[in-house]
Design a protein around this ligand. Sequence first.
Ligand code: ZN
Length: 152
Amino acid sequence: MSSAKRGAAGAAKDLSWRTSVDPAALPFRDGEEPWTSEEVHELIEELLADIAKQEAAVELAEHELADMRDGTDGAGRDPADVGANNFERDQEMTLAHSAREMLEQGLVALRSIRDGHYGACENCGQPIGKGRLQVFPRATLCVTCKQREERR
Ligand SMILES: [Zn+2]
């Protein structure tokens, strides 16, 4: 595991930094009110709940995968069963992968709140905007860059 990832996980484990977050340091878009500490704390709570949910999803998917691996040792299996099992395993791996990705994004978001650079678009550097972040706390791109990315 890279040190960057360990750092991100640390932001979720030791939460003592939460009380020293400066809401005024977080960017917001023209026409929006600056962040209040209540809003920032809501955001942190939401991210923590999401992180816990994704962690549970990763664990469950990995558990299922381990079960499937244990079950594939039997000899003389019907090729159709093997095919169905492979399909299930692929699905489980996709689930595990996307849960792990969302978990990682949640941790990165949390860490960037801690480090005071949350809310800036990672592509253009403009504020992502409170409206968008309150709906998608894990967003790392502003609406414009996100739409451009989706068109590619
Ligand atoms: Zn952008």
